[in-house]
Ligand binder design. Structure first.
Ligand code: ADP
Ligand code: ASP
Ligand code: MG
Length: 404
């Protein structure tokens, strides 16, 4: 992606409004008022909009009701329409408030992506047209989540992808800040919808935010964080419902070994094997089989035990694949309904000590840990899905995350 400075004088902000922020005509009015206020103060803004809350789900469900598997190209054509509605409504509301605003689909920017329908990557943004609009005093309102490939097909970036649209535009325009407006006050120590004592963080490093996002904190899409880190885009998460400073995500944070937060991935399934005699061979055999059956999995080649994590919806495929294996796989254990909780820290102090702490806290409450694994800036444990909320609270409290 090429970046170009666009502005002299006043600061430029890319502001993204998520589904709940524009979830009704009333909410669109509130957001339009906020943008209009900044416009009157002379702020330069590029707006990115998600579909109205629930709309993208409704569109996916429509395709499903036709039965069979929808072709990926047509599914993208369908689900990308949600954002077309919200950008048009927002522009109407802005113009009613005297703001010179113009709605743009991704193809009109253009935002060029790969051709991977449903999971496309942004490859190039030509910021020329946006810059012309900004110089003419017009507020561009861009459809999030969507792109256009080299052949002119409409693509989408994956669920929650509007965050990535906003950050990529901010990078292309060399904006002063990318602001993600949502329905919570910022990034919290864990999902505030689960743990009411979760604490809002004033700032967090890119590394920690990336670990939280990759492990399920849906407040930011992981690709948006990775893009912001790569192009050094100052990124802020804040509420469109209540005024405040939100959470700033920035590079220069002192690395501490203090636990930053807990992320949650529900609807997981797992296959484990405690101590296989021919671990290497069996691992390769299972990997090949899962790939052959089209099951997306996660594993750790360097772990002494053998494990494969899959999304719960692929559990039956996992079991069917295993049934094709020889007797050496019989002692594999399958867990159909788990959650993965990830304890994130800027620096994981001692993996064995942290593992022990987590195990002690959970087992003290009678919560069985099925598996522990480690990745950059995070340690994950898999527990029964039914225990998710209780386990989050135990860990949140146990690591003193409710205290400053
Ligand atoms: P939007 O529609 O604005 O994109 P999302 O639903 O994608 O909003 O993300 C906001 C939600 O993320 C919040 O309502 C909250 O429940 C959830 N969430 C999960 N983990 C966290 C966290 N660590 N901090 C803040 N919110 C979180
Ligand atoms: N509307 C899309 C979704 O629901 C994209 C987004 O909200 O970021 O996933
Ligand atoms: Mg989102």
């Amino acid at each position: 992606m090429t970046t170009a400075p666009v502005h002299r004088g006043s600061r430029l902000y890319v502001k993204k409004f998520g589904g709940t922020s524009v979830g009704s005509l009333e909410r669109i009015g509130v957001v339009a008022e906020q943008i209009a206020e900044a416009y009157r103060l002379g702020e330069h803004q590029v707006i990115v909009c998600s579909a109205m809350a629930g709309e993208t789900n409704r569109l996916y469900a429509l395709a499903q009701q036709l039965g069979g598997e929808a072709p990926a190209r047509e599914l993208d054509m369908l689900v990308a329409t949600g954002e077309q509605v919200s950008i048009a409504l927002l522009c109407i509301a802005l113009q009613q408030r005297g703001v010179n605003a113009r709605s743009l689909l991704a193809s009109q920017v253009p935002i060029r992506t790969s051709s991977m329908h449903g999971a496309a990557d942004i490859e190039q943004i030509d910021s020329h047209h946006l810059q012309q609009l900004l110089h003419a005093g017009i507020v561009p309102v861009v459809a999030g989540f969507q792109g256009v490939d080299a052949a002119g097909n409409i693509t989408t970036l994956g669920r929650g992808g509007s965050d990535t649209t906003a950050v990529a535009l901010a990078a292309a325009l060399a904006a002063d800040e990318c602001q993600i407006f949502t329905d919570v006050d910022g990034v919290f120590t864990t999902d505030p919808a689960i743990e009411p004592t979760a604490r809002k963080l004033d700032c967090i490093s890119f590394t920690e935010m990336l670990a939280l996002a990759r492990h399920g904190a849906k407040v930011l899409h992981p690709d948006s964080v990775a893009t912001a880190q790569r192009y050094r885009v100052p990124l802020r998460v804040l509420s469109s419902f209540t005024p405040g400073q939100g959470t700033l995500i920035e590079e220069a944070m002192p690395a501490t070994s203090r636990v930053t937060g807990i992320a949650i991935h529900r609807h997981q399934a797992l296959l484990t094997h405690a101590n296989p005699l021919q671990a290497h061979e069996l691992r390769q055999q299972i990997q090949a089989l899962l790939r052959h059956c089209g099951v997306s999995f996660e594993t750790d080649d360097s772990a002494s035990n053998l494990w494969f994590g899959v999304q719960q919806q692929q559990y039956s495929q996992l079991v069917a694949a295993m049934a094709q294996l020889n007797s050496s796989a019989i002692s594999c254990k399958c867990f159909p309904s788990l959650s993965r909780l990830s304890v994130v820290a800027g620096v994981v102090p001692s993996i064995s000590r942290l593992t022990q702490n987590i195990d002690d806290l959970l087992e003290g409450e009678g919560i069985d840990v099925k598996l522990t694994s480690c990745s950059t800036a995070a340690l994950s444990v898999w527990v029964d899905e039914a225990n998710t909320d209780r386990a989050v609270r135990v860990l949140h409290h146990g690591f003193g995350l409710n205290k400053v």
